[in-house]
Design a protein around this ligand. Structure first.
Ligand SMILES: [Zn+2]
Length: 421
């Protein structure tokens, strides 16, 4: 973590360079493959998928002549299943070990929704320079919160990284101009998203998730500034009041949203705002109530209430057609929930396996604005591919054991047992 922070000035210089997959990665010809094409389209059966220069080049019937280059690496998949690399729309990944854990589970893209020292910006820079052991991280830098020094994490890292923002430390709340300045500071770090807090946090006992955090003027200022700079905004919000203020201000995604009722969900639908219910996080802190600490028990009780609300909100969202996508709200540290758990939860909420897979691939890519590069297996898109022994739609447990994880055409993980010669 510290190393990345120390390297930041160097890494910033690299963030604008779009280095695609390393040139020495050979062409990959995947034969006798089945391809998941989303919940609404039939799967492609027994095809050959050719990958080169980091992208999907072609998908043809097997036994075609494509990819006959002698340098190509050919793999007979014997009917294994290709899915687009999984996307987790809400992560807090702060170190390289966690980044590796993401990739080894087939999670090739994660949208960071807060790190305390711009670690997401550092990971994004490593990916941008071509490191194929790092997932595609969409960075959000430091969030816009009303009372930064009273917040956990506090504003220290923001101030230490930009002394021009030090005066915010002494204010009761940041105000509209403070909101604009935090957005602008994030923009200089090449963030992909801005996160705003419309309600308080749920995971900290000293915070009240039912209370508003940013007021309407601060929310509007943050979103206007981000929009002027071409950066989409995500809102941490729980209540009808918090969510609707954020949606009216112009955010693109609502994180958590557990206490929303139907009129607010209809507002999301009307504004085409995506809903990231982060069910995994609530399931996890509910389970942690078995721990000894008083805080953990209190949070478990709170999470129980959040989960009850989330079940209702997700059911309404499904009924009225709000786009729901998979986000875990976890850091991919050992033992934490992963997007595979979130896919299972969404399937259990009534979406079913195929639509839940869409929520962590194509739908997520659209909500995150990366659908021209990620989220599907289609010629021209980045070759972020996860391969499984059997069709995950029939049993989502399959997702826990990928045979291959491929990122930008580079094989990161290979657990495939080849035929004996
Ligand atoms: Zn979060």
């Amino acid at each position: 973590m510290r190393l990345i922070a120390a390297l930041l000035p160097v890494l910033f210089a690299l963030t604008t360079v779009d280095v695609r997959a390393q040139p020495h990665v050979p062409m990959l010809v995947l034969e006798h493959a089945n391809v998941f094409m989303g919940a609404l389209a039939p799967a492609l059966k027994d095809v050959t998928v050719v990958i080169a220069d980091g992208r999907i080049q072609s998908i043809d019937r097997s036994a075609s002549t494509t990819g006959n280059s002698p340098a190509a690496q050919r793999i007979d998949l014997r009917g294994a299943w290709l899915l687009p690399g999984l996307i987790d729309a809400h992560v807090h990944v702060t170190d390289i070990a966690a980044a590796h854990r993401m990739l080894s589970l087939g999670v090739t893209t994660g949208r960071s929704m807060l790190t305390t020292g711009y670690e997401d910006v550092g990971l994004k820079a490593l990916y941008a320079r071509g490191d194929n052991d790092i997932p595609n991280i969409l960075a959000a830098g430091f969030p816009v919160v009303a009372r930064p020094m009273a917040m956990q994490p506090d504003l220290s890292s923001l101030v230490f990284n930009n002394l021009d923002l030090d005066d915010l430390r002494f204010r009761d709340r940041i105000g509209a101009d403070g909101a604009r300045r935090i957005v602008s500071d994030n923009a200089t770090r090449h963030v992909d998203w801005i996160k705003v807090f419309a309600n308080g946090r749920a995971g900290v006992m000293t915070a009240d998730p039912r209370a508003r955090d940013l007021d309407d003027a601060e929310l509007a200022a943050a979103v206007q500034q981000a929009t002027a700079l071409g950066i989409p905004v995500a809102a941490h919000a729980y209540t009808d009041d918090g969510v609707s203020a954020a949606v009216r201000a112009g955010v693109r995604t609502v994180e958590h949203g557990s206490l929303m009722t139907e009129p607010t969900l209809r507002l999301l639908h009307e504004h085409r705002v995506c809903f990231v219910p982060t069910l995994s996080a609530f399931y996890e802190s509910q389970a942690e109530g078995d721990a000894k600490s008083v805080d953990a028990k209190a949070l478990a009780t709170r999470s129980h209430a959040m989960l009850e609300g989330a079940h209702v909100a997700v059911a309404i969202a499904r009924k009225i057609g709000v786009v729901v996508i998979a986000g875990t709200d976890t850091g991919y540290d050992a033992g934490e929930p992963t997007v595979i758990d979130e896919i299972q939860h969404l399937a259990d909420e009534g979406f079913g396996a195929a639509a839940a897979l869409d929520s962590a691939t194509a739908l997520s890519a659209e909500c995150l604005g990366i659908e021209k590069r990620k989220g599907a297996i289609r010629p021209g898109l980045d070759a972020d591919v996860v391969i499984y022994a059997s069709d995950p739609r029939l049993d989502l447990h399959t997702l826990h054991k990928p045979l291959f994880v491929i990122t930008r055409g580079n094989i990161y993980l290979d657990n495939f047992v080849r035929n004996a010669e």
